[in-house]
Design a protein around this ligand. Structure first.
Ligand code: NAD
Length: 302
């Protein structure tokens, strides 16, 4: 049995920690929120009084926190001073590359093995243990990280050295954000041209415009039963989180000197949609903005 410290038991961390407990590991869990701690205890985790208490004597430390500043503070002030040097440290949060590299470098200079391992997949995948992990770490350390991530994963990829997990995540999500906007625009145009949208789905999903955003996650309600468009765009990948990832991608592009004009446009459009109050809707709800049919969405905050 492995002893795992799990820090950050929010929407994602709750399900992930529960998977580790279900796999038979001893999971010492900590979150600033008492409600999150109670949920974790009900799922078989052992509540810890602090990060320091959770990481003491742990074989592995996993963190799932909101953003770079949280990760820098938790590792710098609490994990590194209290964890044992043999512990594997894994940050699964989606954060800026500078923070991932800074925390990883600090951990390495203190003698730890560290990986940035952000995930693809939402709350349901976290609960089901079917996330995809993109891991940035030294080649030689990868097998050990992969083994620890397995109970939470449907796939684990070694993306490259430190920071590469975050790089893979933001490149993938920038592509996803852009492709979803393209699909939404195509449906909005099809409708205006008098084309039956369901007929367009049949044609587009088997023609050269085919992509995941169209054929698996169709923003037009109807053709894909499991898509959030069939549940008033609830319970999918939040617009606010897509916006966060697009901002991270644009920041990274500016620093690296990469040309990402459509990534910039996508960020602006998701910022507009978020600003209208739809940040808690699935990102495919953008379709209704292009159709001029925001009235079909349940009002923000309702
Ligand atoms: P969340 O806000 O629900 O959870 C974050 C948790 O961290 C909260 O419970 C908060 O109390 C806790 N926390 C903050 N500071 C802490 C500290 N110092 N010590 C202990 N706990 C602390 O966020 P989430 O939706 O679970 O997302 C977590 C990360 O996963 C984010 O980086 C997000 O971008 C990424 N992500 C989310 C999704 C998703 O669908 N929700 C999908 C993929 C990736």
């Amino acid at each position: 049995m492995t002893r795992i410290a799990f820090v950050g038991l929010g929407n994602m961390g709750a399900g992930m920690a529960a998977r580790q407990a279900a796999a038979g590991h001893e999971v010492l869990a900590f979150d600033l929120s008492q409600a999150a701690m109670d949920r974790a205890a009900a799922a078989g985790c052992i509540p810890a009084a602090s990060v320091a208490e959770a990481v003491k004597g742990a074989d592995t430390v996993i963190t799932m926190l909101p953003a770079g500043p949280h990760v820098r503070a938790v590792y710098g002030e609490e994990v590194l001073p209290h964890a044992s040097k043999s512990a594997l440290l894994i940050d699964c949060s989606t954060i800026d590359m500078d923070s991932a590299r800074a925390v990883g470098d600090l951990a390495r200079t203190r003698g730890f093995k560290f990986a940035d391992a952000p995930v693809s997949g939402g709350i349901m995948a976290a609960e089901a243990g079917t996330l995809a992990f993109m891991v940035g770490c030294e080649e030689v350390d990868y097998p050990a990280f992969e083994a620890v991530l397995q109970p939470m994963a449907r796939a684990v990829f070694h993306a490259g050295g430190l920071g590469s997990g975050q790089a893979a995540k933001i490149c993938n999500n920038m592509l996803l954000g852009i492709s979803m906007i393209g699909v939404c625009e195509a449906f909005a145009l099809a409708e205006k041209l008098g084309l039956d949208p369901e007929r367009f789905y049949e044609i587009g999903s088997k023609s050269s415009g085919q992509c995941w955003s169209l054929s698996t996650y169709c923003p037009w309600p109807g053709p894909v039963e499991t898509a959030p468009s069939n549940r008033d765009y609830e319970g999918g990948f939040l617009t606010a989180l897509m916006l966060k990832d697009l901002k991270l991608a644009q920041e990274a592009a500016a620093k690296a000197g990469a040309t990402t004009p459509l990534g910039g446009q996508a960020e602006a459009l998701y910022a507009l949609f978020d600003g209208l109050g739809y940040g808690q809707k699935d990102f495919s709800a953008m379709l209704q903005m292009f159709r001029g049919r925001l009235d079909t969405l349940q009002a923000p905050g309702a």
